[in-house]
Design a protein around this ligand. Structure first.
Ligand code: NI
Length: 162
């Protein structure tokens, strides 16, 4: 495993619509392992493949507090299939370092995706996890949270990163 360089806002790869994963190859497995390592190394709660320069529909998420055992979620070709409620709160992104802004998201999100064996599964979450699902899946369509910020994007001293 290795960490990969995180692309920052202004890099055109972050605005690409990513391609569906057709099969799990050793390269895909290596990419997922590297994405996990990069996410944990940077203290983020999520990372999407275009953020490391790969335009494939893959995200990794882990909203477990840092003092607990990691519990990574791997989403391949994810789709949001159900949402409800609303939450408004601070959001950040590893591709927009040192910044945060207020974004309203659904408070409950259900996702259909494939795992590393290319088996379909569904996963649901509320609160921060629901926010991470929305944020990371939007990366796969070339969208950054900054488009949705209500009011000003502001500087943060300790990044609340996704
Ligand atoms: Ni992000």
């Amino acid at each position: 495993m290795a960490t990969r360089t995180i692309r920052e806002m202004g890099d055109p790869i972050l605005n690409k619509v990513c391609k569906e994963v057709k099969e799990i190859t050793p390269r895909v497995i290596e990419l997922i392992e590297d994405m996990l390592e990069t996410m944990y190394e940077t203290g983020g709660v999520g990372l999407a493949a275009p953020q490391v320069g790969i335009i494939k529909r893959i995200c990794v998420i882990d909203v477990t507090p840092p003092d607990e055992e990691p519990d990574p979620i791997i989403l391949i070709n994810p789709r949001i299939i159900e949402t409800s409620g609303e939450q408004t709160g601070e959001e950040g992104c590893l591709s927009v370092p040192g910044k945060a802004g207020v974004v309203t998201r659904p408070n409950y999100v259900k996702v259909a995706a494939f795992n590393e064996e290319m088996e379909p599964y569904e996963i649901e979450g509320t609160g921060l996890l629901a926010r991470a699902f929305c944020h990371e899946i939007e990366h796969l369509d070339g969208k950054l949270y900054v488009e949705k910020v209500e009011g000003e994007i502001h500087d943060v001293t300790r990044e609340d990163v996704e």
